[in-house]
Design a protein around this ligand. Structure first.
Ligand SMILES: Cc1ncc(COP(=O)(O)O)c(C=O)c1O
Length: 433
């Protein structure tokens, strides 16, 4: 019935997450409130690890994409689950270090890492730096020399697979700010260049073809193209790239109509393509790295809001206004993302109210869900928005000086705050009068 297995309806008809009553949690911790199911997150990490190991062997790595949901507790959890992590900023690196995450399991991405960020990554012995372009390669080499280190790198490659067109095409992605392209020779050139540098050790290549992808074919095609390129580099430059990082992008269920693949299905398709290409090009199997973000935390999270006003504009639309909005979930405003919404206290009730759920910010575009059919609600009721675990808290802002909600993790039948609610004092702490 629900878009995630961590949700259920209890005897009172209330929505429960990880077996805990969301109405009670909202009363205890206030709203808006992010609730996340730790058991779900842990089991998603394990599912990916088991599937990847089964498909391509034990030296592979599941590196969770921190951008989906990042806080110290998440790194603690990933450390315990023996995952790696993809980071894209000094801030994510700092959070990982503060949480005691092993830095050799970090991969540092980004199309414009600053010198300070590169220095920090080298200083803390980040496992892999995913180099985006030629300037960065030379800067990194110089900074590594200064620190007396060898930087272990992957290159970000544009494989030319556009996973978001219905019939994905092989040349569409050259126009992307990330990485170097295959089809114009850029990728080959940068590899040749890197092999001349004393403080760089090239370990492999990386691509990430998009997000919220439901088909396995684009992943398999990207894997095949990347393996073909590994063969080309071996044949042309006599250098065998040992690591293949295929990024993330596995789709999740936001709406009942969505039908995502399981980790095992996605990874089997990937592995088949890699193995086939290895045979075809007489290559040894590379160490495979994947970077799922959304599919590890997305379905694990919900957001609970309190309804402030229900405004019926006769013959036009009914707006249900809630006490959060684009500040805690900018995804409707950014991409018109769709969500499943329901009354937390009447989760199984008949859906008879066609409405648009609006946030409290001074923007007409501040919506959470447009034209959704939900149970009848009135001021004071709680609304739950499902599958908000990814790219909600991590994309939250203080627009209109709205404090960010807390994150409460449920697990083993208990709840605990892992990120506190921001206070007004937090909002002004960097202001200078
Ligand atoms: C390099 C890289 N890896 C992994 C991810 C995670 O993607 P997803 O959350 O869709 O799994 C992203 C998302 O933008 C990315 O850019």
């Amino acid at each position: 019935m629900f878009v995630s297995d961590c949700l259920s309806v209890n005897g009172a008809g209330h929505l429960a997450i990880g077996g805990l009553d969301t109405v009670e949690l909202a009363r205890e911790y206030g709203t808006p409130l992010y609730l996340m199911d730790e058991d779900y997150i842990r089991s998603a990490c394990r599912m990916y690890q088991t599937a990847l190991t089964d498909c391509v062997g034990g030296n592979s790595l599941v590196a969770y994409a921190s951008k989906a949901f990042c806080c110290a507790y998440m790194y603690r959890l990933l450390k315990e689950e023996r995952c790696g992590a993809d980071i894209v900023s000094g801030g994510e690196l700092y959070t990982a270090i503060r949480a005691g995450f092993p830095t050799d399991r970090l991969l540092f991405h980004g199309n414009n890492k600053t010198e300070d960020e590169l220095k920090m990554a080298l200083h803390h012995n980040v496992g892999r730096i995913v180099v985006d372009n030629c300037e960065e390669l030379h800067t990194l080499n110089a900074l590594a020399r200064e620190q007396g280190k060898i930087a272990r790198i992957l290159f970000r490659i544009k494989p030319g697979v556009d996973a978001h067109t219905h019939k994905f095409i092989q040349t569409g992605q050259i126009d992307s700010k990330f990485g170097v392209a295959l089809e114009n020779g850029e990728a080959y050139q940068i590899i040749r260049e890197s092999l001349k540098l004393d403080n760089i050790r090239l370990m492999g290549i990386h691509c990430h073809i998009g997000s919220q992808i439901f088909d396995t074919e684009p992943f398999a095609l990207a894997a095949k193209i990347m393996m073909g390129f590994i063969a080309k580099v071996r044949d042309g430059l006599g250098y065998e790239l040992k690591e293949l990082n295929l990024g993330g992008g596995f789709g999740i269920q936001y709406l009942p109509s969505h039908d995502p693949k399981t980790p095992a299905q996605n990874l089997a398709a990937l592995a088949d393509a890699i193995k086939k290409a290895a045979g075809e090009y007489a290559l040894s199997m590379p160490r495979v790295i994947i970077e799922p973000g959304r599919s590890i935390v997305g379905p694990a999270g919900i957001t609970v809001y309190r309804v402030g006003a229900v405004k019926e504009i006769k013959g036009v639309r009914t707006y249900v206004s809630v006490d959060g909005g684009m500040t805690d979930n900018p995804r409707y405003a950014l991409y018109e993302s769709e969500y499943e919404v329901l009354s937390a206290a009447d989760a199984d009730g008949e859906r008879s109210l066609l409405c648009t759920v609006a946030g409290k910010c001074c923007e007409s575009g501040d919506l959470i869900a447009k034209d959704v059919l939900i149970q009848t609600v009135e001021a004071g009721d709680y609304l739950a928005v499902l599958a908000t675990g990814a790219y909600n808290y991590s994309m939250a802002s203080n627009y209109n000086r709205v404090p960010r909600p807390p994150v409460v993790m449920v697990g083993g039948g208990k709840a605990k705050v892992v990120v506190r609610r921001e206070s007004y004092e937090n909002l002004v702490q960097n202001d200078i009068l």
